[in-house]
Design a protein around this ligand. Structure first.
Ligand code: DAH
Length: 375
């Protein structure tokens, strides 16, 4: 700061000369105008309005002036600083607007672009088909029941009237988790369930009749994986226990199922068969949904789906054997029931012309994709 100025003339102070102030102002304005970014403007701001800027220093010189000279000098510097801060604010606004416009362009998001190029996954057609079949029965009032896949030998066989020497118990069919009955000294061994029928026994023991259950689930047999076999597959089991149920109820229920799944002109037929847990037992066929039986005896129009048989084998069924009712605490004098069980893989194969069972278990999305994205 200069020494006290006795002459009363601010013009004598170099920094307060009007040309000097004008120059400082013009330099500031030029610097602001030249700043091409907000960062550059910030630097120019510090240089031209900061505590050590020429105008700030000139302002300090005013303090050293005699009182009479302070007003004129103050006005001069004040006007210059006013112009500088106005220019600064103006440039600041301009640069901010430029930045905002640029950001809007640079960071623009095209909301019409696909947001996710990865294909959405979907559940396996076996799962969705199994649920669709179960839904047919749920719509008739059946309850979905479940049971364990690692099952007591008693539920899998004994409760269902399989004799101890029944061939299905042998090692070649059944995965034993804990030795076959007897060898470990236990009452009942543990197996991977070979069918969903043990859920029949579990449901009867769990509930008071009437019982109407449908049980979709995974089952296991010691088969090699090939075009028509897989050691892990799926079945749906049906059980109805009530007063006065007959084979006619079974047939009507099955007709409704095939009509729901394959069309209203479908029907079923029964052929005699044997299962230990049903008496009488039958094999259930459904009309071939492709040729509707018209290929039979008609060599001009052979049907690949049913091999011109006119019928497709669905699964086993029958009236629940009274011995099973007794084993599961149901009074056979009062109640009767029907049961039905069939394999999902087989049904999916002929419904969708799948020729090789392995396609269904190997998990290749090229197989599952054509079934759509049902979830
Ligand atoms: N559980 C039998 C199997 O896996 C299929 C079966 C037959 C189920 C007759 C039933 C039935 O409910 O009544 O071969």
């Amino acid at each position: 700061m200069s020494a006290p100025n006795k002459s009363y003339d601010p013009v004598e102070v170099e920094a307060l000369k009007p040309e000097a102030i004008e120059r400082m102002r013009d330099e500031a304005l030029a610097a602001f105008a030249a700043a091409d970014s907000l960062d550059a403007l910030q630097e120019a701001k510090v240089a031209h309005t900061g505590g050590t800027s020429p105008l700030a220093l000139a302002n300090r010189e005013i303090g050293a002036l005699p009182p009479q000279a302070k007003a004129a000098a103050g006005k001069l510097v004040g006007q210059a600083r006013g112009a500088v801060s106005k220019a600064l604010a103006g440039r600041q606004t301009e640069l901010e607007a430029e930045r905002d416009t640029r950001v809007l362009v640079e960071e623009a998001v095209d909301v019409t672009l696909p947001y996710d190029r990865a294909r959405a996954g979907a559940r396996h057609p076996l799962t969705t088909f199994m649920e669709r079949v179960a839904d047919v029965f749920v719509s008739m009032g059946y309850e979905v029941a479940e049971g364990p896949e690692v099952e007591a030998e008693w539920f899998n066989f004994d409760a269902l009237n399989f004799t101890p020497d029944h061939p299905a118990r042998q090692m070649q069919d059944t995965f034993f988790v804990e030795g076959p009955k007897g060898t470990a000294g236990d009452e009942s061994g543990v197996v991977l369930r070979t069918h969903t029928s043990p859920v029949q026994a579990r449901s009867m023991l769990d509930r008071e009749p009437p019982v109407y259950i449908v049980c979709p689930g995974r089952v296991y047999r010691t088969d090699e994986l090939d075009a028509t076999h897989t050691p892990v597959f799926h079945q749906i089991e049906l059980l109805a226990i009530d007063e006065g149920l007959t084979m006619a109820d079974l047939k009507g229920t099955m007709d409704h199922m095939v009509q729901s799944l394959f069309g209203s002109d479908m029907k079923t037929r029964l052929r005699p068969n044997y299962f230990p847990f049903t008496e009488p037992s039958a094999e259930m066929d459904m009309l071939c949904y492709v040729c509707k039986g018209t290929s039979v005896g008609n060599p001009d129009r052979p049907c690949r789906t049913c091999s011109s048989e006119g019928w497709i084998e669905l699964g086993g069924c029958g009236m629940v054997n009274p011995r099973v009712l007794v084993a599961c605490g149901v009074d056979p004098e009062k109640y009767s029931g029907f049961a039905f069980g069939f394999g999902i893989e087989r049904m999916l194969m002929f419904r969708h012309n799948v020729e090789d069972m392995r396609d269904m278990v190997e998990g290749d999305v090229r197989f599952t994709r054509p079934f759509g994205m049902e979830i």
